[in-house]
Write a protein of this length. Structure first.
Lengths: 89, 614
């Protein structure tokens, strides 16, 4: 469910920690399944490890794995700031 | 003969384990999607068991071609009475990533009464960081045997072989099947179970991710990362051109010396000409690329094994996406600047079938080294060796840079065009790339892989190249036994097709040289030298360039030839490898036809444009 403080993974800044809150309907069902299969479950903590300039894919830590997602995927994943969220940018 | 199959998520160490257990030499690398086909071999310590290695998959619901191969083969194997056991690998350092897939595999095995063993790989890495994994609890939760192993150190492999041997001896006995603990769960249930198990019993702490993140903060830094990227790519480029050069010279000299020994002992003149021109000339011209393929494979292997390849893909992804490509297309395209053949092999790492298809389209337009002699000759013939800006800017160098840039841009524009007009988006995958941890490369597998790749090039492309070489030689040699190329069948064909080339100001001799260059581009120089009666033109361009100037060939025709060679797909080896890698003759035939037409039309346009302006 989208709330006032919901943001997409693509909106996250370097070092920011969020909890995955869901997926937008605009993302193909099979990709939603795949993202959940590799660890992007609703409620899971995700950390944005790296953001490059010029719209390059961002790098996220989910559990003990690290994945790079581009905007076509990350902008369709909703997240809310984690309770202990911090950002260095 | 019983079977064991090896399955697991990408980059979980399957190929390394497969090599350990079978003594074979599958390519291994620290980059997802390296295994793209099914391989099999007898287990060294259990020769009665055949081990089959599948490409990696994150799920039994496949979304890519490689995953389809794994899933379809796995489903077929489940109903194979010879299947004794399924070995499912999970990367112990990132257990969450592979555990859901593992539970899917366990459930499928339980539903089909097949034995399964979970293998927690990379235990040596955990141990080195004093991190533990609760294997006993995971085994108990899943009611499935779990063995901690390391494909690198060999840890746990004796226990694995013993377990497989026991199962292989009894697998057909119904009573030996484990309880069906997961069989009743749906996918959502499995996700919950795997998530809970990973949280409760997986490695605690993220020390491995933190050490990876420290290096990423440099290699993925906007400025430092960009600078490192260009430096690494420069070194890659140097390796292709400079480091491979001595070995290429050596191969050339060995072939030359061998020819000097063999040719005099061949009985008749015709046979001597055949051995000299078709065998040593034709086959030798392709063997000379083997060192380049070897060096490039080693360097690309280092990038893959170290974990850098995934970072390079991230850096390049955005600009390449504009042209319908993906970040993973960059290394194959860069390799294509040296030679299209290793570049086509390197395109295996592009997991999206659509992006891989577009990468295949772009590679032949990258300015490969075989174009260099042609460009050098034509630029020497048409561009004055003048300097501008106080000697800083040479016109010939500028022309060379321009034609290289033209080829690259054409490649990108072609993929941009095709990606926009083609409505087929079914097999386009989103960019979700696992970032592997940084590791020191292992030299032995790297060198072995480079050797295997070189051998593959020689054996697979060699047969096709040999056939075409013989045909071209036959057409150029008969009916007048090599006396006059102009009077040969090839010469006759050249005169027949002269009307095709005359609109761009080229006579039949250039037509013949272009025809012969469809074998390999660099043949153009030698053939033109033979047509103008200049010996050794391939080694010394100057007399031939002067002769071309003397014939009064126009500047427009010179530029048109440059454009033609920048686009036309004149390389039998490339077509042969393209056919092998794409799994069909259709793609090389389509590309050959399309690029020939495009090359002709653009050279015609160039000719008229230059003639109009000058």
């Amino acid at each position: 469910m989208t709330t006032a403080n919901t943001l997409s993974l693509w909106d996250m800044t370097r070092g920011q920690q969020c909890l995955v809150s869901g997926f937008r309907d605009s993302l193909d069902e099979r990709y939603i399944l795949r993202l959940m299969e590799i660890g992007f479950h609703p409620g899971e903590k995700v950390t944005c490890l790296n953001t490059l300039a010029f719209g390059a894919p961002k790098v996220y830590q989910i559990s003990n794995s690290v994945f790079s997602l581009d905007d076509t995927v990350a902008s369709h994943i909703d997240a809310v700031p984690a309770p202990e969220s911090n950002s260095d940018s | 003969m019983s079977k064991a199959i090896l399955i697991g998520s990408p980059n979980s160490g399957k190929s390394l384990l497969f090599n350990r257990l079978t003594g074979l030499h599958q390519k291994v690398a620290n980059f997802p999607g390296i295994t793209v086909e099914v391989s099999s071999g007898k287990m060294v310590n259990l020769p009665e068991v055949v081990l089959v290695d599948y490409p990696g998959s994150y799920s039994l619901h496949a979304i890519s071609g490689e995953e389809n191969i794994a899933v379809e083969n796995f489903e077929q194997a489940l109903v194979d009475p010879e299947l004794a056991v399924v070995l499912c690998l999970i990367d112990a350092t990132r257990i969450e990533k592979g555990l859901y897939f593992a539970t899917q595999v366990v459930r499928a095995c339980q539903q089909h009464n097949k034995h399964v063993i979970l293998l927690a790989s990379m235990m040596d890495v955990l141990r080195n960081h004093n991190i533990s994994l609760d294997i006993a609890s995971i085994a108990s939760e899943l009611n499935t045997p779990v063995i901690g192993i390391s494909g690198k150190s060999g840890e746990g492999l004796d226990a694995l072989v013993e377990k497989v041997a026991n199962i292989a001896a009894t697998y057909q006995e119904e009573a030996s099947f484990p309880a069906k603990s997961l069989a009743k769960h749906d996918d959502a249930g499995l996700r919950e179970i795997s998530h809970r198990i990973a949280k409760e019993f997986g490695p605690k702490g993220d020390i491995l991710v933190k050490s990876q993140a420290r290096l990423d903060s440099f290699f993925l830094h906007t400025w430092f990362g960009g600078a490192a990227f260009f430096l690494i790519m420069y070194l890659l480029f140097q390796s292709i051109f400079t480091w491979a050069a001595p070995a290429m010279d050596l191969v050339e000299s060995i072939i030359g010396n061998l020819a000097d020994i063999v040719i005099p002992i061949v009985p008749t003149q015709t046979l001597q000409d055949f051995v000299s021109d078709a065998l040593f000339g034709g086959i030798g011209a392709f063997l000379v690329f083997v060192p380049q393929i070897f060096v490039l494979t080693v360097v690309v292997g280092i990038l893959e094994d170290s974990g850098y390849m995934a970072r390079a893909a991230v850096i390049c992804h955005k600009p390449l996406r504009f042209f319908g490509l993906t970040g993973k297309s960059f290394i194959p395209m860069l390799s294509g600047v040296a030679c299209a053949i290793p570049a086509i092999y390197a395109a295996r790492s592009v997991d999206s079938p659509r992006a891989r298809f577009l990468t295949y389209m772009a590679i032949p337009l990258m300015p490969c080294s075989a174009r260099l002699p042609v460009y050098t000759l034509l630029i020497a013939a048409f561009i004055p060796a003048n300097f501008a800006l106080g000697g800083l800017l040479g016109l010939q160098g500028l022309a060379m840079f321009g034609i290289y840039l033209f080829g690259m841009l054409t490649g990108l524009l072609v993929t941009a065009f095709v990606s926009r007009v083609s409505s087929d988006t079914q097999d386009e995958l989103p960019f979700v790339l696992e970032m592997p941890p940084y590791r020191l490369p292992s030299w032995q597998p790297l060198l072995r892989n480079a050797w295997n790749r070189s051998k593959h090039f020689i054996t697979k492309a060699g047969a096709i190249i040999f056939t075409v070489t013989v045909v071209i030689w036959f057409l150029g040699y008969f009916p007048n036994f090599g006396e006059d190329l102009g009077a040969s069948y090839l010469g006759s064909i050249g005169k027949v097709i002269e009307p095709v080339f005359s609109p761009i100001g080229l006579d039949w001799r250039y037509g013949v040289a272009i025809l012969s260059s469809f074998l390999a581009r660099e043949v153009f120089v030698g053939t033109l030298g033979a047509m103008f009666g200049i010996e050794g033109a391939a080694d010394n361009f100057v007399p031939l360039a002067e002769r071309i100037q003397d014939t009064g060939l126009s500047l427009g025709s010179g530029f048109a030839l440059l454009v033609f060679f920048a686009i036309a797909l004149q390389c039998v080896s490339t077509l042969a490898i393209l056919s092998k890698e794409s799994g069909s003759i259709k793609l090389p035939v389509q590309l050959f036809t399309a690029y020939s037409i495009l090359a002709y039309l653009l050279s015609l346009l160039t000719y008229h444009l230059v003639e109009f302006l000058v």
